[in-house]
Ligand binder design. Structure first.
Ligand code: GLN
Length: 308
């Protein structure tokens, strides 16, 4: 018998106590100065269920920088807008490389491997920007997130965006490199500015869990995209959502998920739950160390897995 919501709620509190006892938080991202000063010893989790309940434990109401989790929402916007055409500009294979790798782009002549590595996300943001100003493109992503979370109190942390813009030399290099291959249609500084702001969206675990309900096909979730497009986003989250740690995450957790260097994690248990997790300390791949462990333990406890 799978556990009932009350049992899951108790488990989340035990999990929260467990990770604090464990005290192995990982390292916060220090290449974005604004994130470098965050205390890694923090943990929150929220689990949205089909009956509309959201179970929570720890710091589930603390806002954090969603960073690369935003790539799921920008891709959703672009898929909604131009559909399959997006695959003319970006691939859908796992990269097996760091999220900010430049190497692959050279080898593959400017067509990024997938939309979740930085080069691929820059292309998606560039597509979003086409025919719009950066403010309009950002509004489109923000409106999407606010609609799917059914919460208007979601904003961009400008200090984080600025901080990344000042030190984002790798992303700047990637954008110019894409442009040299003709796969960036807007001025690199405009695409980069939009991308840094999109990454600087601040959300709580509660908001993230609600925002992910459409990906889990939970009853009552706002209908954002067709079921076929949702399936594809989940497939990409499973295969590419954790960069070169994606295979390991699939092995340990068995569910589609997307990480961000702010320590957030959106995990989708199709038909069962949408899960927001946050713990800012990262592992060697740049994914939340304790967030991954928490997702693994929750999957073990509930039996939630797309692999049966
Ligand atoms: N804004 C970050 C970057 O571009 C996002 C990376 C991430 O969350 N993995 O480096």
């Amino acid at each position: 018998m799978p556990p009932n919501p009350d049992e899951i709620a108790r488990f989340l509190d035990e999990l929260c106590a467990y990770v604090h006892d464990l005290n192995q938080w990982g390292q916060v991202a220090d290449y974005i100065p604004e994130l470098a000063s965050i205390d890694p010893a923090q943990f929150g989790i929220a689990v949205a269920l089909p009956d509309g309940r959201i179970l929570r434990s720890g710091q589930a109401d603390v806002g954090f920088s969603i960073q690369s989790i935003s790539k799921v929402f920008s891709l959703a916007c672009v898929l909604g807008r131009i559909g399959e055409q997006v695959w003319n500009r970006v691939g859908r294979e796992p990269s097996g490389d760091r999220f900010d790798s430049i190497l692959l782009l050279e080898q593959e002549k400017g067509r990024p491997r997938n939309p979740f590595i930085n080069a691929g996300a820059l292309v998606v943001t560039d597509e979003l920007l086409t025919g719009r100003t950066p403010a309009q493109a950002l509004s489109e992503v923000m409106n999407f997130i606010r609609a799917t979370a059914e919460d208007d109190d979601i904003h961009i942390d400008k200090a984080v965006a600025l901080s990344e813009a000042e030190t984002g030399h790798r992303n700047t290099a990637l954008a110019h490199y894409l442009r040299s291959f003709g796969n960036l249609h807007n001025a690199p500084e405009l695409t980069l500015g939009t991308y840094f702001h999109q990454c600087a969206i601040e959300m709580t675990c509660m908001q993230l869990a609600r925002a992910g309900r459409f990906l889990a096909h939970l009853p009552g979730a706002p209908k954002m995209l067709s079921p076929a497009k949702v399936r594809r986003i989940n497939a990409l989250m499973m295969t590419c959502g954790h960069y070169d740690g994606s295979g390991n995450f699939a092995f340990r957790v068995g569910m589609p998920a997307k990480s961000g260097v702010g320590g957030g994690l959106l995990v989708i248990a199709p038909g069962k739950a949408s899960i927001g997790i946050w713990s800012p300390g990262l592992d060697a791949w740049g994914n939340s160390q304790i967030g991954t462990l928490a997702a693994e333990r929750l999957a073990e406890f509930t039996g939630w897995s797309v692999f049966g």
